[in-house]
Design a protein around this ligand. Structure first.
Ligand code: GA4
Length: 320
C-alpha cells in the first residue's frame, strides 16, 4: 500500500506526497474483511478514508449550504454567534491559550436542543439551520457507530458495542465544528495547527480543496487528497487510551490553500462527561501492561483546555 516516497522538504519539514493512505469501502459485505482493514489502518496511521457510506448527498449538501451561508455573512454578524467559549463562532484564536490559525469556525454541541437554541444567533432561518445540523449529526453518528462496532469486532473485543454505546448515549458530549479556511495567496500557512483530537473518533468531510495533512511517527507530513463524497476518520485520544495504545491518535493539521477556500465539517464523537476511560481488559496483558491511569472524560477535557493545541495531553495520564 505504501509506495516509494520522494520527499520534498518545506522549511525544515518533510512532506511525503505519495503515500497511499487507506481508503475503506464500507459497503463491502464481508464484515470480517472490513473490520480487519479498519483495525490495520488504526494501528498504522490512526487515520483512514471511508467511501460508499450511507450519508445521503441531500443531508450533506443541506449542511454545506448552511455553513456557506453562515461564513458568507459580514464579520460583525458572525461575531454575534461568538465568542467560542468553547461553543460559538471564533476567528483565528483557537482554544484559550494563545493558539492562532488562518481559520474561522463555528463549534456546536451536538444536542438538538442546544443546536436549536444557538441557531437563533447563527441563521436568519434558525429552524432550517438546526434541522440541517441535527440531520447531519444523526446521519454521521450512525456511520461512526458502525465503524466503532467494526473496530471492536476486529479487535476481538467480546462486547462489540463497547465504543459505540458511549457516543450514542443521550448524554454524549459530542460536538460539531464547521471550519472555513479563506484563501491565503501564499503557500503553507497554518490554518489549524498540529494536534490530536481529544475525543473517541472524528469524522471529517471537506469540500474539494486540500489542506489536511497527517503526521507519521517520524514527524513527516502526508497531505490527504480531498474527497467531498467521503469522510476522513481519525482515531482520537480516548480511543488510544481504551485500546491501550494499540490504535494511534493521529496528529494532524490543516494548511491553507493559496487560491481556494476550504470548508470542512468535523463531527467529534465523545462519551458522556462522567464516563470513566480505561484500557479495555482485552487490550491488556503481561506483555502489554496498562499505559494510562483511568480518567473521566470530564477530567480529560479539563486537561485539554488548560494546555496548548499541540501538547501531548495523553502523556499527563501515562503511568510511570
Ligand atoms: C481539537 C479538536 C476539536 O477541534 C476541538 C478543539 C478545541 C477548540 O478548538 O476549542 C481545543 C482542541 C480541540 C484541543 C485542545 C484545546 C481544546 C483547542 C485547544 C487548545 C473543538 C476539541 O474538542 O479539542
Amino acid at each position: 500500500m505504501v509506495v516509494a516516497s520522494p520527499a520534498s522538504i518545506i522549511g525544515s519539514e518533510k512532506i511525503i506526497e505519495d503515500i497511499e493512505l487507506p481508503v475503506i469501502d464500507v459497503s463491502i459485505g464481508d464484515r470480517s474483511e472490513l473490520s480487519n482493514l479498519i483495525v490495520g489502518a488504526c494501528e498504522k496511521y490512526g487515520f483512514f478514508k471511508v467511501i460508499n457510506h450511507r450519508v445521503s448527498n441531500e443531508i450533506i449538501s443541506k449542511m454545506e449550504q448552511e455553513s456557506l451561508s453562515f461564513f458568507a455573512k459580514p464579520f460583525p454578524e458572525k461575531e454575534l454567534a461568538g465568542p467560542a467559549n468553547p461553543f460559538g463562532y471564533g476567528c483565528k484564536n483557537i482554544g484559550f491559550n494563545g493558539d492562532i490559525g488562518e481559520v474561522e469556525y463555528l463549534v456546536l454541541n451536538s444536542h438538538p436542543l442546544s443546536i436549536s437554541q444557538r441557531s437563533k444567533s447563527i441563521s436568519n432561518d434558525p429552524n432550517k439551520f438546526s434541522s440541517a445540523v441535527s440531520g447531519y449529526i444523526e446521519a454521521v453518528r450512525e456511520v461512526a457507530c458502525e465503524i466503532l462496532d467494526l473496530m471492536a469486532e476486529g479487535l476481538g473485543v467480546p462486547d462489540t458495542s463497547v465504543f459505540s454505546r458511549l457516543i450514542s448515549d443521550v448524554d454524549s458530549d459530542s460536538i460539531i465544528r464547521l471550519n472555513h479556511y479563506p484563501p491565503s495567496y501564499s503557500t503553507n500557512r497554518v490554518g489549524f495547527g498540529e494536534h490530536s483530537d481529544p475525543q473517541i473518533l472524528t469524522l471529517l468531510r471537506s469540500n474539494d480543496v486540500g489542506g489536511l495533512q497527517i503526521s507519521l511517527n517520524d514527524g513527516a507530513w502526508v497531505p490527504v487528497s480531498p474527497d467531498p463524497t467521503g469522510f476522513c476518520v481519525n482515531v482520537g485520544d480516548v480511543l488510544q487510551a481504551m485500546t491501550n495504545g494499540r490504535f494511534v491518535s493521529v496528529r494532524h493539521r490543516a494548511v491553507t490553500n493559496s487560491y481556494n477556500s476550504r470548508m470542512s465539517m468535523a463531527y467529534f464523537a465523545a462519551p458522556p462527561l462522567d464516563t470513566e476511560i480505561a484500557a479495555l481488559p482485552h487490550m491488556v496483558s503481561a506483555a502489554r501492561p496498562t499505559l494510562y491511569r483511568p480518567f473521566t472524560w470530564a477530567d480529560y477535557k479539563k486537561a485539554a483546555y488548560s494546555l496548548r493545541l499541540g501538547d501531548a495531553r495523553l502523556d499527563l495520564f501515562r503511568k510511570q
